[in-house]
Design a protein around this ligand. Sequence first.
Ligand code: NDP
Length: 313
Amino acid sequence: MNEKVRCLIIGSGPAGYTAAIYASRANLSPVLYEGIQPGGQLTTTTEVENFPGYPEGITGPELMEDLKKQASRFGADIRFGIATSVDFNSYPRKVTIDGEKIIEANSVIIATGASAKYLGLADETKYAGMGVSACATCDGFFYRKKTVAVVGGGDTACEEAIYLAGLAEKVYLIVRKPFLRASKVMQDRAIQNPKIEILFECNAVGLFGDNGVEGAHIVKHQGEANEEKFDIKIDGFFLAIGHKPNTDIFKGQINLDSVGYIITEAGTPRTCVEGVFAAGDVADPHYRQAITAAGTGCQAAIEAERYLSEKGW
Ligand code: NDP
């Protein structure tokens, strides 16, 4: 038999857990499914120094464990399980967990996050948390006065390179094409920054180092007659080749933008489906911070509470 819940939260990053804290305190008896990566993207970072309230910093996994405990303390029902399909045309909304169990929810908060894209090099895994990062704002501080590389040629890559140039001694921007894809203004800022050296038509094909990242193997004009191989010495390797919002199961059920982010009503977590809200990176291509995700998680829970009370559920 299907299980009926008042508020279903999908995802367990800062958005999902914050939504669970607020929803449980509002007596919505929320049920939260943790998803593929319990704790979300922050569990793959080491030190988090920009989340307010932790003057000495905290590790990503500890922060997520604290958020989880806080949600449990108020009665949120936190479960292992992955949402595998949804039916938002039905009423209540139906969400299938692990391909078998169907939850009927009066309100749904989607907080499935986004995943940074990686190049797919074995060395990215080998040096995870030891010099490889997909978030300059999170980890840039550790590279003050050091040398780093950023991969990508879009707005994110330029923005991250410029941000890192404010901290590091030198920044390589590794761009696979002979031009940047970023907006003109961002291109100009990156090109004019004396600390940024752009390596056009280059691919990073590997990393090396005994104690974390100490350098990258670069190939210029890869696969062409004038192919050239060289190494650069770096302390940090940042990926900025895009993010993929985790929205595959929502295609056709809810409005997504061309990249796949959930479209919400400006300044709110409301989606085009009544009673379904989106919080955190799944609906945010711009800020992608733990604190902004937590903020929208709070908004989503408040919206869910108002929605349920308007309906008298
Ligand atoms: P984009 O998709 O715009 O750019 C991705 C970049 O990564 C491209 O240069 C692409 O190269 C490169 N890339 C992709 N895969 C690989 C690979 N396997 N190896 C090497 N390079 C690779 O992503 P962004 O995250 O930069 O931006 C996403 C959206 O967010 C855009 O619309 C952007 O404008 C917007 N944005 C806006 C900002 C702002 O306005 N301040 C800040 C950040 C993002 P190639 O060009 O060859 O495909």
